[in-house]
Write a protein of this length. Structure first.
Ligand SMILES: [Zn+2]
Length: 215
């Protein structure tokens, strides 16, 4: 933990988020300049670190991985691999095809349900019922934004359909999709400054917020 994080109880959290954000920016910066998708040895795993298939090493971030590829260990392995291929008289094109097809079906490992908070309110003037959902996605896949969907009781296949309800779903990998059963009343879809329908993805706190009013 950095000294910066010890400053106060609130400071700890925000500095953690700053770190995530900085790491994210560095990663994106590097990704823009180096096409790691053409590197047959890198594996990006679900907890956000990178593995070298050639040396079987794990790296906390992309910068660390790239530094590793310049290092003696990786270079030696590369040279050995190249010599071996030459001996076996493999066409390099074939090699690239085999390796990329092996790493291509990257399957997301689900890590469980996210934490959430729901606030139910009634507008004192209009009497409208409102629901505010706040979902925490601290381990969301980098670069991803949570998605939501409203589904009728007849579209879903988890419960027996009940026409009095509809479902609000939230999805963000690697989390499991969660669904809330809400009254099957018409939702006020007005958006904008005075709108009654509002979503927000906080990239720093990694929290997704959705507010809705029923008509
Ligand atoms: Zn390596």
């Amino acid at each position: 933990m950095s000294d910066f994080g010890k400053a106060g109880s609130g400071g700890l959290q925000s500095s953690q988020y700053d770190n995530i954000d900085r790491r994210e920016r560095t990663k994106q910066l590097v990704l823009e300049h180096i096409d790691i998708s053409k590197d047959p040895y890198i594996i990006s795993n679900h907890i956000g670190s990178f593995e070298c298939r050639l040396c079987l090493t794990v790296h906390n971030n992309i910068g660390n991985y790239l530094a590793h590829t310049q290092g003696k260990k990786h270079q030696t392995h590369l040279a050995r691999r190249a010599a071996k291929e030459q001996r076996e008289n493999l066409v390099s094109k074939n090699y690239v095809q085999t390796t990329s097809s092996r790493i291509a079906p990257k399957k997301t490992i689900k890590i469980g349900r996210p934490g959430y908070k729901i606030i139910k309110q009634r507008d004192s003037k209009t009497g409208q019922l409102s629901l505010l959902f706040q979902i925490d996605y601290p381990e969301i896949e980098s670069g991803l934004q949570p998605r939501y969907r409203i589904m009728s009781a007849f579209e879903q296949r988890v419960e027996a359909p009940n026409k009095d309800y509809q479902y609000l779903l939230f999805a963000a990998e690697p989390y499991e999709t969660i669904a809330f059963k809400i009254p099957n009343k018409e939702i006020d879809r007005t958006t904008g400054p005075d709108g009654k329908f509002f979503t927000h993805w906080d990239r720093n706190k990694l929290t997704f917020t959705l507010q809705m009013y029923f008509k």
